[in-house]
Unconditional design. Structure first.
Ligand code: AMP
Length: 404
């Protein structure tokens, strides 16, 4: 067993955490403190043996919630803390040890992620105060995509907007894509090679990875671009905003709300953003649910085919996230649109794969064709491993400096 790392993901009124000391997939203490600041704030704990506990924390601040989390870790004291930070801009290309200068630099990226980075920073500030003696590391959602070439990350808008305001594609879900890419290299005989990875959860993104490095990705300057998601539209005509403002008198705020929270699977189906419910409703003949699934799969396939341009060859396609790991229907429908890439699905293996488990679902008799794999993601495990690796490297560097 390795020394535990506490992984923290701070939102404006929530803190998700996990104590990671085992290999990926092993049981771990985890939980979420929700509705912080309100009278019904609560800490939901999931312990190693699957026991669940709810602890009421009326009006708890982030700091009090963090203290309560630590009290419930028992005698397992973390040796370091890894923070998920949504946006690292162009400044952060890898996991980074947090000090005052790094915190100030993250603050400078707030304009790029005004909803997420301030909450992440609040969590970092509270945690650094509480655990002064522990090394703390920021792991950025954008960092994995900093290997994109300029022709993939630049938008075709005036240069000045990039140079002065940092407007470009950054990409997100980096910890998930990086984790899946590392896992693919371990489980596939084709090794690192060229992979298309589809992370399909409430948020969805696809990435082309060559030799372990991100070459292009579907999310952009914000997580709104790209695929159809639970409540996000993904790509729309940029002219839509002007049309909605001029013809329907909508404000920028209401357009933002429409595209981020009322669109996607929810908007098309008119029913729900939950894929499980959509599959049931479509099975029962609901036309909106049927169309939402069709649009979702077609747009995903179209994006994967486009991302293939970023690779010298496609060794395989991998599915992850709540939908990618669990829905054989979505995988089959999407791959049905990708015959041009030469994919051959083993339909029986696809249907038989147990929910949430790892497996290969391509027809192995078609030897030259791309592999198709399902890899359950482990973003917390990735953040913990990056944190542990950095802390270990720095400790070794300290020791070798002492030796000089
Ligand atoms: P995530 O954000 O990764 O937790 O994924 C959430 C999404 O996964 C939701 O749309 C869920 O409906 C979907 N999901 C979870 N389990 C299943 C399942 N068995 N079949 C289809 N979709 C699922």
């Amino acid at each position: 067993m390795k020394a535990p790392i506490l992984v923290i993901n701070c939102g404006s009124s929530s803190i998700k955490f996990a104590l990671v000391d085992q290999p990926p997939g092993a049981p771990r203490i985890s939980g979420i403190a929700e509705r912080l600041g309100s009278h019904d704030a609560c800490l939901k704990l999931e312990e190693e043996h699957g026991n669940r506990r709810d602890i009421s924390l009326p009006r708890a601040t982030h700091a009090l919630a963090l203290k309560t989390i630590l009290d419930h870790l028992g005698d397992q004291r973390p040796v370091g803390i890894g923070h998920r930070v949504v946006h690292g801009g162009e400044r952060f290309t890898c996991a980074t040890l947090l000090d005052d200068t790094v915190v100030r630099t993250i603050r400078q990226t707030v304009s790029l992620a005004p909803l997420h980075n301030p909450a992440n920073l609040d969590g970092i500030t509270a945690t650094r105060r509480l655990f002064e003696h522990l090394p703390q590391v920021a792991v950025f959602d954008t960092a994995f995509h900093q290997t994109l070439p300029a022709h993939a990350y630049r938008y075709a808008i005036p240069e000045d907007l990039y140079q002065r305001h940092g407007i470009r594609r950054y990409g997100f879900h980096g910890s998930s894509h990086a984790y899946v890419s590392e896992r693919l290299a371990e489980v596939s005989e084709r090794g690192h090679g060229g992979w298309l990875i589809a992370h399909l959860g409430n948020g969805c993104s696809a990435t082309a990875v060559w030799e372990g490095e991100s070459q292009d990705t579907s999310m952009g300057m914000t997580p709104l671009e790209g695929l159809v998601m639970g409540t996000r539209s993904g790509d729309v005509d940029p002219g839509l905003h002007l049309h909605l403002a001029r013809q329907l008198g909508m404000s920028l705020e209401s357009i933002d709300l429409l595209l981020n929270q009322k669109s996607g699977l929810l908007g098309v189906s008119g029913l729900t953003n939950d894929m499980r419910e959509l599959e049931q409703a479509a099975g029962a003949g609901h036309p909106g649910a049927t169309l939402a699934i069709e649009v979702f799969c077609y747009r995903l396939a179209k994006t994967l085919a486009g991302l293939a341009c970023a690779l010298p060859r496609v060794d395989g396609i991998a599915f992850t996230g709540g939908i990618g790991e669990n829905s054989s229907l979505i995988r089959a429908r999407t791959l049905g649109h990708l015959k041009a890439l030469g994919v051959h699905l083993d339909s029986a293996a696809n249907s038989a794969l147990a929910r949430g488990s790892e497996g290969a679902i391509h027809d192995a008799s078609e030897s030259g064709s791309p592999e198709i794999r399902v890899i359950p993601t482990d973003e917390e495990g990735y953040i913990a491993s990056q944190t542990r690796a950095l802390i270990t490297r720095l400790a070794l560097a300290d020791r070798s400096e002492e030796a000089v």
